[in-house]
Ligand binder design. Structure first.
Ligand code: SF4
Length: 460
């Protein structure tokens, strides 16, 4: 993991080292780039090796139990390291730090941790680091977010790609989800601020921009009227960015909520040149009973009808999804409904999860918790089905010529170059030395479940 050292960071002797351990979703990935920016300004360079670090900071996730378990396991190792090297500072931030039981534990079994802050006050990091430097133990976790803070530093992990937040938090309160409790209620950034960040990114060499939010297509809540619109909405924002960004930039967005996919959005994605033909639309389940208990706000047939409209408007667009098994009360019949929807939806790929009870969520207290054995059996059957579909969808691209943005050598074979299509599919082809960010044309000759192989079509 290489972060570019930003301007204004002193590379002189005495630069301290920080290890930033990141768990979870793209929101955390984006937050890690802000935190890395602040660490750089505070005189830290980033290291992969905690043994030489002055500070080890865990940017945590609590969307599922296993993410928490991993962080707690690593914290245990850090505690031992700190015992051996008392000068080492250890910090925790991110969604787990927002949880009530962690905040309590910071006063008890986690009281050895030197620094703790949450998801609502990342912008306070310069002051928190200064207080840490003064020898203070710093625990500052806000209950609620305040106004949307702009001009956050960013140290991008990938010089070609940028994540740009457009909304924070979520108002949907799906019954299994902890996000609204740890990331707060939904708030949108201003159009001008998002446009400025995207244009700056493009100016710094970024070619692929992903607009980020828990529900990007609910964008605009709380914003003032704009251009005759009661409030700027997601299609409006896409239009502004499509116009403002230079040719050759690819615009993506995640995550969309199926209940907010409307004709204006479908039309915008279909007609705006820089907006890639790709949707991430979590369906979560296929049984209307389970969807109702999840508070998802749509039915299986409603979801499939929306998908049909999306695909009619953008033939060949890629659709990925999130699917959960083992939600409380889910019967074998309900699970078969999920398999039936997956069969019909033919997603390009899907993130599949086993339901994990989250403290404080409505589903945690629901009856009919599904035994672990059944959850394991269902997730295996779901993954088998989805992999078959992903392979079949990819085989449908054999013989086609795709526009691919070159990224670099394939990780497995240096003689092969790799890049992504507009539909975000990974492609490998036999060539070397293609400039990262360059758009090339590749004829697809072979398909596998998660990658395509081909030959350069436009080599001069
Ligand atoms: S939409 Fe539902 S699942 Fe997604 S972040 Fe919001 S509450 Fe969680």
């Amino acid at each position: 993991m290489i972060y570019e050292i930003p301007d204004g960071v002193c590379m002189t002797e005495g630069l301290r080292l920080a290890k930033l351990v990141v768990y979870g979703c793209q929101m955390n990935e984006r937050d890690s780039e802000t935190i890395a920016g602040y660490l750089g300004k505070a005189g830290y360079a980033l290291t992969e090796d905690e043994r030489g670090a002055d500070l080890v900071l865990y940017l945590t996730c609590c969307v599922r139990g296993n993410a928490e378990d991993r962080a707690l396991g690593n914290l245990g190792q850090a505690k031992r390291l700190k015992k051996a090297r008392p000068g080492l500072k250890v910090g925790i931030c991110g969604c787990m730090a927002q949880e009530g039981w962690v905040r309590e534990a910071l006063g008890g079994r986690l009281s050895w941790i030197d620094l703790a802050f949450g998801t609502h006050n990342i912008h306070r990091l310069p002051e928190l680091l200064a207080r840490l430097d003064s020898g203070e133990r710093v625990v500052e976790v806000w209950d609620f977010p305040q106004e949307v803070v702009e001009d956050l530093p960013v140290l991008r992990k990938d010089p070609l790609k940028a994540f740009v937040n457009i909304t924070y938090g979520c108002d949907n309160f799906c019954t299994y989800c902890i996000v609204p409790y740890v990331r707060g209620r939904e708030r949108s950034r201003g159009v001008k601020e998002i446009e400025a960040e995207c244009v700056e990114a493009a100016g710094s060499g970024v070619k692929d921009i992903t607009l980020l939010g828990q529900n990007v297509n609910a964008y605009g809540k709380g914003l003032a009227p704009a251009d005759g619109l009661e409030r700027p909405d997601f299609p409006y924002l896409l239009g502004v960015l499509d116009e403002a960004l230079p040719e050759g930039i690819r615009l993506r967005f995640t995550t969309s909520h199926p209940r907010f996919v409307d004709d204006r959005m479908i039309e915008a994605v279909a007609s705006l040149k820089k907006v890639c033909e790709q949707y991430h639309l979590p369906v979560q389940a296929g049984s209307d009973k389970v969807l109702g208990m999840m508070n998802r706000g749509y039915t299986a047939s409603g979801y499939l009808a929306m998908l049909d409209r999306v695909r009619k408007a953008v033939p060949g667009c890629a659709v990925t999804s999130d699917i959960m098994v083992g939600f409380p009360g889910e019967t074998e019949e309900d699970f078969l409904d999920t398999l039936a929807v997956v069969e019909e939806a033919r997603f390009d790929a899907a993130f599949t999860f086993v339901y994990s009870p989250r403290k404080g969520t409505a589903a945690e207290a629901m009856p009919g918790q599904v035994p672990e054995e059944e959850k394991k059996d269902r997730i295996k059957r779901l993954i088998d089905l989805q992999n078959r579909i992903s392979l079949s969808v990819n085989r449908g691209l054999v013989g086609k010529v795709e526009e691919v943005m070159a990224e670099g050598p394939s990780e497995k074979d240096p003689g092969m170059w790799s890049g992504r299509t507009r539909t975000n599919k990974m492609v490998h082809w036999p060539e070397t030395g293609v400039a990262p960010g360059r758009l090339v044309r590749v004829r697809i000759e072979r398909a596998r479940t998660f990658v395509l192989h081909g030959t350069r079509e436009d080599r001069t």
